[in-house]
Write a protein of this length. Structure first.
Length: 417
Protein backbone atom coordinates (compact mmCIF):
# COMPACT_ATOMS: atom_id res chain seq x y z
CA UNK A 1 0.00 0.00 0.00
CA UNK A 2 1.09 3.52 -0.76
CA UNK A 3 1.70 5.94 2.06
CA UNK A 4 -0.52 8.84 0.93
CA UNK A 5 0.69 11.09 3.69
CA UNK A 6 4.27 10.57 2.59
CA UNK A 7 3.36 11.24 -1.03
CA UNK A 8 1.54 14.40 -0.03
CA UNK A 9 4.54 15.51 2.01
CA UNK A 10 6.84 14.91 -0.97
CA UNK A 11 4.47 16.81 -3.27
CA UNK A 12 4.30 19.78 -0.87
CA UNK A 13 8.10 19.79 -0.60
CA UNK A 14 8.53 19.74 -4.38
CA UNK A 15 5.99 22.51 -4.83
CA UNK A 16 7.58 24.61 -2.10
CA UNK A 17 11.01 24.18 -3.65
CA UNK A 18 9.70 25.22 -7.06
CA UNK A 19 8.07 28.34 -5.64
CA UNK A 20 11.22 29.14 -3.70
CA UNK A 21 13.37 28.68 -6.80
CA UNK A 22 11.04 30.89 -8.81
CA UNK A 23 11.14 33.66 -6.21
CA UNK A 24 14.92 33.44 -6.01
CA UNK A 25 15.28 33.62 -9.77
CA UNK A 26 12.73 36.42 -10.13
CA UNK A 27 14.55 38.57 -7.58
CA UNK A 28 17.77 38.25 -9.58
CA UNK A 29 15.94 38.68 -12.90
CA UNK A 30 14.13 41.85 -11.78
CA UNK A 31 17.27 43.39 -10.29
CA UNK A 32 19.27 43.03 -13.52
CA UNK A 33 16.32 43.98 -15.73
CA UNK A 34 15.61 47.25 -13.89
CA UNK A 35 19.29 48.17 -13.74
CA UNK A 36 19.65 47.72 -17.51
CA UNK A 37 16.50 49.76 -18.19
CA UNK A 38 17.58 52.62 -15.94
CA UNK A 39 21.13 52.73 -17.28
CA UNK A 40 19.85 52.62 -20.85
CA UNK A 41 17.38 55.44 -20.20
CA UNK A 42 20.12 57.55 -18.59
CA UNK A 43 22.50 57.00 -21.50
CA UNK A 44 19.66 57.67 -23.96
CA UNK A 45 18.87 60.99 -22.29
CA UNK A 46 22.52 62.02 -22.49
CA UNK A 47 22.77 61.06 -26.17
CA UNK A 48 19.46 62.73 -27.00
CA UNK A 49 20.41 66.09 -25.51
CA UNK A 50 23.91 66.07 -27.01
CA UNK A 51 22.60 64.94 -30.39
CA UNK A 52 20.47 68.07 -30.59
CA UNK A 53 23.55 70.28 -30.28
CA UNK A 54 26.00 68.03 -32.12
CA UNK A 55 28.19 70.08 -34.39
CA UNK A 56 28.24 73.20 -32.24
CA UNK A 57 31.54 73.98 -30.52
CA UNK A 58 31.38 73.04 -26.85
CA UNK A 59 34.01 75.62 -25.99
CA UNK A 60 32.56 78.76 -27.60
CA UNK A 61 31.25 82.15 -26.52
CA UNK A 62 29.30 85.00 -28.15
CA UNK A 63 29.15 88.72 -27.42
CA UNK A 64 28.01 92.05 -28.78
CA UNK A 65 27.88 95.78 -28.03
CA UNK A 66 25.31 97.34 -25.72
CA UNK A 67 24.85 100.74 -24.08
CA UNK A 68 27.44 101.63 -21.49
CA UNK A 69 26.49 101.49 -17.83
CA UNK A 70 29.14 103.88 -16.48
CA UNK A 71 30.58 107.26 -17.50
CA UNK A 72 34.20 107.04 -18.63
CA UNK A 73 36.81 109.42 -20.06
CA UNK A 74 34.28 112.18 -20.65
CA UNK A 75 31.65 109.88 -22.19
CA UNK A 76 28.25 109.84 -20.55
CA UNK A 77 26.50 106.79 -19.19
CA UNK A 78 24.19 105.16 -21.74
CA UNK A 79 26.51 105.77 -24.71
CA UNK A 80 26.00 103.51 -27.71
CA UNK A 81 29.08 102.01 -29.31
CA UNK A 82 29.85 99.41 -31.99
CA UNK A 83 32.36 96.65 -32.68
CA UNK A 84 34.46 97.20 -35.83
CA UNK A 85 36.65 95.09 -38.08
CA UNK A 86 39.71 96.58 -36.42
CA UNK A 87 38.63 95.00 -33.15
CA UNK A 88 38.90 91.59 -34.81
CA UNK A 89 42.56 92.12 -35.63
CA UNK A 90 43.33 93.41 -32.14
CA UNK A 91 41.56 90.48 -30.49
CA UNK A 92 43.40 87.98 -32.67
CA UNK A 93 46.77 89.49 -31.71
CA UNK A 94 46.00 90.16 -28.03
CA UNK A 95 44.18 86.98 -27.02
CA UNK A 96 46.33 84.00 -28.09
CA UNK A 97 43.88 81.62 -26.39
CA UNK A 98 41.37 82.22 -29.22
CA UNK A 99 41.26 79.31 -31.67
CA UNK A 100 38.65 80.69 -34.10
CA UNK A 101 37.03 84.13 -34.25
CA UNK A 102 34.15 85.06 -36.52
CA UNK A 103 32.07 88.22 -36.88
CA UNK A 104 28.31 87.88 -37.35
CA UNK A 105 26.05 90.43 -39.07
CA UNK A 106 22.30 90.56 -39.41
CA UNK A 107 20.91 91.42 -42.83
CA UNK A 108 17.36 92.17 -41.88
CA UNK A 109 14.26 90.07 -42.36
CA UNK A 110 11.49 91.55 -44.46
CA UNK A 111 8.57 89.73 -46.02
CA UNK A 112 9.53 87.54 -48.99
CA UNK A 113 13.10 88.81 -48.85
CA UNK A 114 14.50 85.74 -50.69
CA UNK A 115 13.26 84.92 -54.19
CA UNK A 116 14.05 82.26 -56.79
CA UNK A 117 12.04 82.32 -60.02
CA UNK A 118 8.37 82.29 -58.97
CA UNK A 119 9.02 81.11 -55.39
CA UNK A 120 9.66 83.44 -52.45
CA UNK A 121 10.10 83.16 -48.70
CA UNK A 122 11.01 85.09 -45.58
CA UNK A 123 14.32 84.04 -44.04
CA UNK A 124 16.99 85.58 -41.76
CA UNK A 125 20.11 86.81 -43.54
CA UNK A 126 23.50 86.32 -41.85
CA UNK A 127 26.90 87.72 -42.69
CA UNK A 128 29.56 85.20 -41.66
CA UNK A 129 33.27 84.62 -41.85
CA UNK A 130 34.90 81.49 -43.25
CA UNK A 131 35.97 80.46 -39.72
CA UNK A 132 32.36 80.26 -38.54
CA UNK A 133 32.20 76.68 -39.80
CA UNK A 134 34.51 75.73 -36.89
CA UNK A 135 32.03 77.24 -34.42
CA UNK A 136 28.92 75.69 -35.93
CA UNK A 137 29.36 72.80 -38.31
CA UNK A 138 27.20 73.66 -41.35
CA UNK A 139 26.73 69.97 -42.24
CA UNK A 140 26.75 70.74 -45.95
CA UNK A 141 24.49 68.57 -48.08
CA UNK A 142 25.67 70.18 -51.32
CA UNK A 143 28.45 72.50 -52.42
CA UNK A 144 30.83 74.36 -50.10
CA UNK A 145 30.89 76.95 -47.36
CA UNK A 146 32.12 80.56 -47.48
CA UNK A 147 35.91 80.72 -47.88
CA UNK A 148 38.62 83.35 -47.37
CA UNK A 149 38.60 84.42 -51.03
CA UNK A 150 34.87 85.14 -50.80
CA UNK A 151 35.62 87.38 -47.82
CA UNK A 152 38.56 89.22 -49.41
CA UNK A 153 36.89 89.79 -52.78
CA UNK A 154 33.48 90.52 -51.26
CA UNK A 155 31.84 88.03 -53.56
CA UNK A 156 28.09 87.93 -53.98
CA UNK A 157 27.72 84.28 -53.04
CA UNK A 158 25.53 82.57 -50.46
CA UNK A 159 24.94 79.33 -48.58
CA UNK A 160 21.27 78.50 -48.17
CA UNK A 161 19.69 76.27 -45.54
CA UNK A 162 18.05 72.97 -46.40
CA UNK A 163 14.59 74.35 -45.65
CA UNK A 164 15.25 77.34 -47.90
CA UNK A 165 16.31 74.95 -50.65
CA UNK A 166 13.19 72.81 -50.26
CA UNK A 167 10.84 75.81 -50.37
CA UNK A 168 12.53 77.76 -53.17
CA UNK A 169 13.78 74.93 -55.38
CA UNK A 170 10.53 73.01 -55.51
CA UNK A 171 11.68 70.97 -58.52
CA UNK A 172 14.56 69.60 -56.38
CA UNK A 173 17.15 70.47 -58.98
CA UNK A 174 20.81 71.21 -58.34
CA UNK A 175 20.94 74.70 -56.75
CA UNK A 176 24.73 75.12 -56.99
CA UNK A 177 25.55 77.92 -59.42
CA UNK A 178 21.99 79.23 -59.52
CA UNK A 179 21.19 82.83 -58.59
CA UNK A 180 18.67 83.87 -55.95
CA UNK A 181 17.59 87.39 -55.06
CA UNK A 182 18.21 88.37 -51.45
CA UNK A 183 16.81 91.76 -50.37
CA UNK A 184 16.89 92.90 -53.98
CA UNK A 185 20.47 91.73 -54.70
CA UNK A 186 21.36 88.62 -56.71
CA UNK A 187 23.68 86.05 -55.09
CA UNK A 188 25.08 82.84 -56.51
CA UNK A 189 24.33 79.72 -54.46
CA UNK A 190 27.54 77.90 -53.52
CA UNK A 191 26.23 75.47 -50.88
CA UNK A 192 23.29 74.00 -49.00
CA UNK A 193 23.67 73.59 -45.22
CA UNK A 194 21.67 71.65 -42.66
CA UNK A 195 23.41 73.06 -39.58
CA UNK A 196 22.73 72.19 -35.96
CA UNK A 197 19.13 71.26 -35.21
CA UNK A 198 18.46 72.67 -31.74
CA UNK A 199 20.69 75.75 -31.65
CA UNK A 200 20.26 78.79 -33.84
CA UNK A 201 21.95 82.21 -33.70
CA UNK A 202 19.19 84.53 -34.95
CA UNK A 203 17.56 81.58 -36.64
CA UNK A 204 18.59 78.03 -37.46
CA UNK A 205 21.08 77.46 -40.24
CA UNK A 206 18.58 75.28 -42.11
CA UNK A 207 16.20 78.26 -42.31
CA UNK A 208 18.76 80.99 -43.09
CA UNK A 209 20.83 82.45 -45.91
CA UNK A 210 24.53 83.06 -45.16
CA UNK A 211 26.69 85.45 -47.20
CA UNK A 212 30.24 86.80 -46.65
CA UNK A 213 30.17 89.40 -43.90
CA UNK A 214 32.31 91.82 -45.93
CA UNK A 215 29.80 91.63 -48.77
CA UNK A 216 26.91 92.33 -46.40
CA UNK A 217 28.77 95.28 -44.87
CA UNK A 218 29.29 96.83 -48.30
CA UNK A 219 25.81 96.20 -49.67
CA UNK A 220 24.07 97.50 -46.52
CA UNK A 221 26.48 100.44 -46.38
CA UNK A 222 27.42 99.49 -42.81
CA UNK A 223 31.09 100.41 -43.10
CA UNK A 224 33.10 98.02 -40.93
CA UNK A 225 30.46 97.53 -38.20
CA UNK A 226 30.14 94.06 -36.67
CA UNK A 227 26.94 93.13 -34.84
CA UNK A 228 28.23 90.12 -32.95
CA UNK A 229 31.38 88.11 -32.26
CA UNK A 230 31.71 84.34 -31.97
CA UNK A 231 34.90 82.72 -30.66
CA UNK A 232 36.21 79.34 -29.62
CA UNK A 233 39.02 78.62 -27.17
CA UNK A 234 42.09 76.56 -27.90
CA UNK A 235 42.58 73.18 -26.24
CA UNK A 236 43.61 73.61 -22.63
CA UNK A 237 41.74 76.91 -22.21
CA UNK A 238 38.14 77.54 -21.18
CA UNK A 239 35.70 79.64 -23.15
CA UNK A 240 35.04 81.61 -19.97
CA UNK A 241 38.69 82.66 -19.86
CA UNK A 242 38.58 83.72 -23.51
CA UNK A 243 35.33 85.59 -22.96
CA UNK A 244 36.73 87.65 -20.08
CA UNK A 245 39.94 88.53 -21.96
CA UNK A 246 37.95 89.56 -25.05
CA UNK A 247 35.83 91.89 -22.95
CA UNK A 248 38.90 93.52 -21.43
CA UNK A 249 40.40 94.18 -24.90
CA UNK A 250 37.13 95.49 -26.36
CA UNK A 251 36.60 97.86 -23.45
CA UNK A 252 40.13 99.21 -23.64
CA UNK A 253 39.92 99.68 -27.41
CA UNK A 254 36.55 101.48 -27.28
CA UNK A 255 36.97 103.76 -24.26
CA UNK A 256 34.70 101.78 -21.95
CA UNK A 257 35.20 101.56 -18.19
CA UNK A 258 36.93 98.29 -17.18
CA UNK A 259 34.31 97.84 -14.46
CA UNK A 260 31.33 98.37 -16.77
CA UNK A 261 29.34 95.13 -16.80
CA UNK A 262 26.57 96.47 -19.01
CA UNK A 263 28.48 97.65 -22.10
CA UNK A 264 29.04 94.14 -23.51
CA UNK A 265 26.38 91.44 -23.52
CA UNK A 266 27.53 87.85 -23.84
CA UNK A 267 26.59 84.25 -23.39
CA UNK A 268 28.89 81.31 -22.99
CA UNK A 269 28.02 77.96 -24.55
CA UNK A 270 30.98 76.36 -22.79
CA UNK A 271 29.31 76.97 -19.44
CA UNK A 272 26.03 75.57 -20.77
CA UNK A 273 27.75 72.40 -21.95
CA UNK A 274 29.48 72.11 -18.55
CA UNK A 275 26.05 72.26 -16.92
CA UNK A 276 24.88 69.45 -19.20
CA UNK A 277 27.97 67.43 -18.30
CA UNK A 278 27.40 67.78 -14.57
CA UNK A 279 23.71 67.04 -15.05
CA UNK A 280 24.49 63.77 -16.84
CA UNK A 281 27.03 62.85 -14.17
CA UNK A 282 24.34 63.40 -11.54
CA UNK A 283 21.86 61.31 -13.52
CA UNK A 284 24.43 58.50 -13.83
CA UNK A 285 25.08 58.58 -10.09
CA UNK A 286 21.34 58.55 -9.37
CA UNK A 287 20.85 55.62 -11.73
CA UNK A 288 23.59 53.65 -10.01
CA UNK A 289 22.16 54.47 -6.57
CA UNK A 290 18.66 53.36 -7.55
CA UNK A 291 20.06 50.42 -9.53
CA UNK A 292 22.21 49.37 -6.60
CA UNK A 293 19.13 49.47 -4.42
CA UNK A 294 17.40 47.14 -6.86
CA UNK A 295 20.42 44.84 -6.85
CA UNK A 296 20.51 44.86 -3.06
CA UNK A 297 16.83 43.94 -3.00
CA UNK A 298 17.58 41.01 -5.28
CA UNK A 299 20.53 39.96 -3.13
CA UNK A 300 18.44 40.16 0.04
CA UNK A 301 15.85 37.98 -1.64
CA UNK A 302 18.50 35.42 -2.54
CA UNK A 303 19.87 35.51 0.99
CA UNK A 304 16.45 34.98 2.57
CA UNK A 305 15.66 32.08 0.30
CA UNK A 306 19.06 30.51 0.99
CA UNK A 307 18.55 30.88 4.74
CA UNK A 308 15.28 28.93 4.50
CA UNK A 309 16.82 26.37 2.15
CA UNK A 310 19.82 25.71 4.35
CA UNK A 311 17.64 25.52 7.45
CA UNK A 312 15.46 22.85 5.87
CA UNK A 313 18.56 20.91 4.84
CA UNK A 314 20.25 21.13 8.24
CA UNK A 315 19.36 17.52 9.01
CA UNK A 316 20.68 16.41 5.63
CA UNK A 317 23.88 18.36 6.25
CA UNK A 318 24.26 16.68 9.64
CA UNK A 319 23.85 13.21 8.15
CA UNK A 320 26.37 13.88 5.41
CA UNK A 321 28.85 15.29 7.88
CA UNK A 322 28.43 12.24 10.08
CA UNK A 323 29.21 10.09 7.04
CA UNK A 324 32.45 11.98 6.49
CA UNK A 325 31.49 14.64 3.93
CA UNK A 326 33.86 17.59 3.91
CA UNK A 327 32.46 21.11 4.52
CA UNK A 328 33.74 22.25 1.13
CA UNK A 329 31.75 19.52 -0.60
CA UNK A 330 28.54 20.51 1.18
CA UNK A 331 29.05 24.22 0.48
CA UNK A 332 29.85 23.65 -3.19
CA UNK A 333 26.74 21.54 -3.69
CA UNK A 334 24.42 24.13 -2.17
CA UNK A 335 26.17 27.01 -3.93
CA UNK A 336 26.20 25.28 -7.32
CA UNK A 337 22.42 25.01 -7.19
CA UNK A 338 22.11 28.69 -6.26
CA UNK A 339 24.68 29.75 -8.87
CA UNK A 340 22.95 27.93 -11.71
CA UNK A 341 19.57 29.42 -10.84
CA UNK A 342 20.97 32.89 -10.32
CA UNK A 343 23.00 32.79 -13.54
CA UNK A 344 20.01 31.75 -15.66
CA UNK A 345 17.77 34.41 -14.09
CA UNK A 346 20.47 37.10 -14.42
CA UNK A 347 21.10 36.36 -18.09
CA UNK A 348 17.36 36.38 -18.80
CA UNK A 349 17.04 39.76 -17.08
CA UNK A 350 20.01 41.10 -19.03
CA UNK A 351 18.72 39.89 -22.40
CA UNK A 352 15.16 41.08 -21.80
CA UNK A 353 16.40 44.49 -20.64
CA UNK A 354 18.54 44.94 -23.76
CA UNK A 355 15.67 43.73 -25.97
CA UNK A 356 13.23 46.15 -24.31
CA UNK A 357 15.57 49.10 -24.92
CA UNK A 358 16.05 48.05 -28.56
CA UNK A 359 12.31 47.71 -29.20
CA UNK A 360 11.59 51.04 -27.53
CA UNK A 361 14.20 52.70 -29.76
CA UNK A 362 13.01 51.12 -33.01
CA UNK A 363 9.24 51.35 -32.54
CA UNK A 364 8.97 54.58 -30.53
CA UNK A 365 12.00 56.83 -30.18
CA UNK A 366 13.09 56.78 -33.83
CA UNK A 367 9.56 57.66 -34.97
CA UNK A 368 8.63 60.18 -32.28
CA UNK A 369 9.41 63.89 -32.52
CA UNK A 370 10.68 66.18 -29.77
CA UNK A 371 11.84 63.25 -27.65
CA UNK A 372 15.02 63.81 -25.66
CA UNK A 373 15.92 60.11 -25.55
CA UNK A 374 18.06 58.76 -28.36
CA UNK A 375 19.60 55.33 -28.88
CA UNK A 376 19.15 54.05 -25.31
CA UNK A 377 21.62 51.27 -24.65
CA UNK A 378 24.24 50.08 -22.20
CA UNK A 379 27.68 48.77 -22.95
CA UNK A 380 28.14 45.02 -22.91
CA UNK A 381 30.94 45.32 -20.37
CA UNK A 382 28.73 47.28 -17.95
CA UNK A 383 25.91 44.77 -18.25
CA UNK A 384 28.20 41.79 -17.69
CA UNK A 385 29.90 43.45 -14.71
CA UNK A 386 26.50 44.14 -13.12
CA UNK A 387 25.47 40.52 -13.60
CA UNK A 388 28.74 39.17 -12.19
CA UNK A 389 28.47 41.46 -9.14
CA UNK A 390 24.97 40.20 -8.48
CA UNK A 391 26.06 36.58 -8.84
CA UNK A 392 28.99 37.04 -6.47
CA UNK A 393 26.87 38.84 -3.90
CA UNK A 394 24.20 36.19 -4.21
CA UNK A 395 26.75 33.44 -3.62
CA UNK A 396 28.11 35.29 -0.59
CA UNK A 397 24.59 35.75 0.73
CA UNK A 398 24.00 32.02 0.36
CA UNK A 399 27.37 30.98 1.73
CA UNK A 400 26.84 32.78 5.04
CA UNK A 401 23.86 30.68 6.21
CA UNK A 402 25.57 27.52 4.88
CA UNK A 403 28.68 28.21 6.96
CA UNK A 404 26.53 28.76 10.02
CA UNK A 405 24.81 25.44 9.46
CA UNK A 406 28.21 23.75 9.24
CA UNK A 407 29.12 25.15 12.63
CA UNK A 408 26.37 23.06 14.20
CA UNK A 409 27.60 19.72 15.54
CA UNK A 410 26.66 16.75 13.39
CA UNK A 411 24.67 15.04 16.17
CA UNK A 412 22.71 18.22 16.88
CA UNK A 413 21.99 18.72 13.21
CA UNK A 414 20.65 15.16 12.91
CA UNK A 415 18.33 15.69 15.88
CA UNK A 416 16.92 18.95 14.44
CA UNK A 417 13.62 18.64 12.64
Amino acid sequence: MFDTDRLEEIWVTITRNKVRSFLTGFGVFWGIFMLIIMMGAGEGLSRGVMKGVEGFSTNSCFMGASQTGEPYKGFQKGRSWEIHNSDLDILTRSVPEIEHLSPILWGGRSDNNVIYEENAGTYPIKGLNSSYRYIENPFLTQGRFINDIDILQKRKVCVIGTKVYEELFTKKGDPIGKYIRVAGIYYQVIGVAKGVENIGINGRTSESVAIPFTTLQQINNQGDVVHMLAATAKDGFSSKEVEEKMKVILKANNNISPTDTQAIWSFNLGEQFDMYKYLFIGIAILVWIVGSGTLVAGIVGVSNIMVVTVKERTKEIGVRRALGAKPVTIISQVMSESLLLTAIAGLLGLCLGVLTLHLADVYWLQKAEDVFLADPRVSFVTAVISTVILLICGLIAGAIPTMRALQIKAIDAIREE
